[in-house]
Design a protein around this ligand. Structure first.
Ligand code: AMP
Length: 397
């Protein structure tokens, strides 16, 4: 059975066709500059095709994808009917879509109505779903898979903000959490790697990339997560501030005469590692800067390590223990020194990194010592595969 996974942005559309028999990627690519001049990249059969191809809208982009998936030279299937379903990466389901869902016209309209929860991400997903419905017809299930879904069941004690309760009731303001597809995927892979039933494990998953979040997973379920009502919350990221005293925002707005949008932009785009270092949001640049003696690069790296440590520590307390800590995403998978610095802080829990194992890259592995009381794992995330798995599960119900 073959599942097409789509990740639609406002002017782009990434896709992967996955054969669920062996979970292999048959083809993948990108439609970029949709609505502009149109660039198309398609990888299949061990080769890469790059084309300038005008795509005035997402429906035309889907047509280009399908025609290449079935092309005599570049194709990997004979007919579009071989695609059993399409899984759409969708950021925010709010309290309406709390699990992966087969869409119909009415549900797409409801999802459209949730745009204000994720104004940059939800509208392009809706556009992608409508485009697929238009081009592929009603018989192919279009499944939405939500970044928020994995976190939805967290206890109210973790989800509700201590502000007047009416704002939760009126506007749905609560902690939702993000990167859920990734946290769910790596926690399942962690249980497999350890040869244990996930129901018996307390896992802390650290998705450390340009956007970062940490989740406490007890028995396979999210019990708390660092991101909140929006992906701005938690600890510092590449350009996002994470949790700060909320009064700081009002103070700066008053002093500098800023509008809410301008302040939002500063906290999302100009803060975090970039704001502290004044150099870059990319941790490789911070490493290089620190190496050359730039103190603010060093400070940004040390703050990140410290803040990640605090979240891991608080989640270990929240779960009454931790069996495994998982690192994933750009920094989590690649920055061995950062992992070592973080785990050193958990010697008091009996956690220890094996420096040799910690050098491995690109595969799921345990990087803690044999006798480490807490297992430390590096697990490459694979959100497309996770979306395909959830899509398959929904259509198999
Ligand atoms: P992501 O958002 O998951 O793509 O992660 C982006 C972050 O991962 C950036 O801060 C990069 O500096 C970091 N990163 C990606 N590749 C590497 C690498 N090979 N070594 C160290 N950091 C990396």
């Amino acid at each position: 059975m073959k599942i097409l996974v789509i990740n639609a942005g406002s002017s782009s559309l990434k896709y992967q066709l996955i054969d669920m028999e062996n979970e292999s990627v048959l083809a993948k690519g990108l439609c970029d500059r949709i609505g502009l001049d149109g660039k198309f990249v398609h990888n299949a059969n061990g080769e890469k095709l790059e084309l300038d191809h005008p795509m005035p809208n997402h429906a035309e982009a889907i047509k280009v994808v399908l025609s290449h998936l079935t092309d005599a030279k570049w194709g990997v299937i004979k007919d579009v009917s071989e695609i059993a379903a399409v899984g759409h990466r969708t950021v925010h389901g709010a309290e309406t879509f709390v699990e992966a869902t087969v869409m119909d016209d009415e549900k797409v309209n409801v999802l459209d109505g949730l745009a204000e929860f994720a104004p940059l991400h939800n509208p392009p997903a809706v556009t992608g779903i409508r485009a697929c419905m238009e081009v592929m017809g009603k018989d192919v299930p279009q499944v939405t898979v939500y970044d928020t879904a994995f976190h939805y069941g967290m206890p109210k004690t973790a989800a509700i903000y201590p502000i007047p309760y009416e704002y939760y009731e009126k506007y749905g303001i609560r902690r939702y959490g993000f990167h859920g597809t990734s946290h769910g995927f790596v926690s399942e892979e962690c249980a497999k790697l350890l040869g244990k039933d996930i129901k018996d494990l307390k896992i802390i998953t650290c998705h450390l990339g340009n956007g970062s979040s940490i989740t406490a997973v007890d028995g396979g379920k999210c019990v708390d997560t660092s991101m909140g009502f929006t992906p701005l919350a938690g600890f510092m990221m590449g350009t996002r501030c994470g949790d700060i005293d909320p009064a700081v925002a009002m103070f700066i707005m008053n002093k500098e005469g800023l509008t809410p949008d301008e302040m939002n932009n500063i906290m999302n785009k100009k803060s975090g590692a970039l704001g502290v270092s004044g150099v870059s949001s990319d941790f490789r640049d911070l490493d290089a800067g620190a190496e050359e003696g730039n103190e603010r690069c060093r400070l940004a790296l040390d703050m990140f390590t410290y803040q990640v440590t605090k979240f891991i520590g608080s989640y270990a307390a929240a779960m009454g223990g931790v069996d495994a800590i998982v690192f994933t995403a750009g920094i989590g998978e690649n920055n061995a020194a950062m992992r070592e610095d973080i785990i050193k802080n958990f010697a008091f829990l009996g956690a220890a990194i094996d420096p040799e194992k910690n050098k491995k890259r690109g595969e799921a592995c345990i990087v803690s010592t044999e006798d480490s009381k807490v297992k430390v794992c590096v697990i490459p995330t694979n959100e497309e595969l996770a979306i395909a798995r959830q899509t398959l599960a929904v259509i198999s119900k």
